[in-house]
Design a binder for this molecule. Sequence first.
Ligand SMILES: Nc1ncnc2c1ncn2[C@@H]1O[C@H](COP(=O)(O)OP(=O)(O)OP(=O)(O)O)[C@@H](O)[C@H]1O
Ligand SMILES: C[C@H](N)[C@H](N)CCCCCC(=O)O
Ligand SMILES: [Mg+2]
Length: 276
Amino acid sequence: MTLGRSTAPPGSAWFRRGRGCGRRGRAGAALVCRLVSVLVVTGTCTGVGKTVVTAALAAVAAARGASVAVVKPGQTGVGVGEPGDVDEVRRLAAVDDVHELARFPDPLSPAAAARRAGLPPVRLADAANRVRDLSGDRRLVLVEGAGGLLVRYDEEGATIADLAHEVGAAAVVVTRPDLGTLNHTALTLEAMAHRGVELAGVVVGAWPDDPDLAMRSNIRDLETIAARPLSGVLPAGAGALDPAEFLLTAHRGLAPSFGGAFDPAEFRDRHGPDKE
Ligand SMILES: Nc1ncnc2c1ncn2[C@@H]1O[C@H](COP(=O)(O)OP(=O)(O)OP(=O)(O)O)[C@@H](O)[C@H]1O
Ligand SMILES: C[C@H](N)[C@H](N)CCCCCC(=O)O
Ligand SMILES: [Mg+2]
């Protein structure tokens, strides 16, 4: 995916029919002319930094002039009147076009939290329709899951992977840098491949100032597992920045495919295990 450029992005974007294109199809009708991307932001677990990465993607895209909407289909662990993940994105990225589709107070999976609240669960088919509607006139729609890829939204076992597949979105996988992440990342990528969900990139959600040996070593192995360079690394503490500082950090921390300036080779050289 390439935001704000004329080159066609791979996979996660498509051209949408629209007016004013100026080109004509075989039947003489105006051809598709607007590039739209829908990205699902998932992770290897809860608390890995999906919200911060979602905010970073939104901030960088909005700064390039793209219209960005952010959707959280199921927010759990947050009470009435308390800020949820989309409020965090609004604060960090200064993007107001945010949509929380359902909220359940218990800090559980959306399916379990709905069950405990005695409320109907999130219907991901409805969420997919909402995402499609939003993509009608936005340049980028970001959809943040709850927890990891296979967390359930209802008793039938619908997951954010189903939503991604349904709307044809690629997924950004946010991962931890520390020991244990290699297995969690491999499992997530394997489950995505099994379900036909394309990988948009692996992003480390929170890289500390003092990475240990496992973290340094994991850079290369995460790239091996993903069969591509890292698509970004955000520093720990980014979530506490003000919007202007956050935008600079997001730009530095996201790869050019997401509109940023992150250089995975430079990061690998600087932080690899022989740089202790
Ligand atoms: N780069 C970062 N800078 C600062 N804080 C971070 C960063 N990444 C994560 N955090 C903090 O770690 C915690 C978990 O991060 P976050 O809320 O983004 O996780 P998540 O993957 O979105 O989890 P959930 O499944 O609840 O949506 C939060 O308190 C957040 O502020
Ligand atoms: C409450 C938490 N912050 C998330 N919103 C939901 C995480 C659900 C994880 C379920 C699991 O994988 O066991
Ligand atoms: Mg979150």
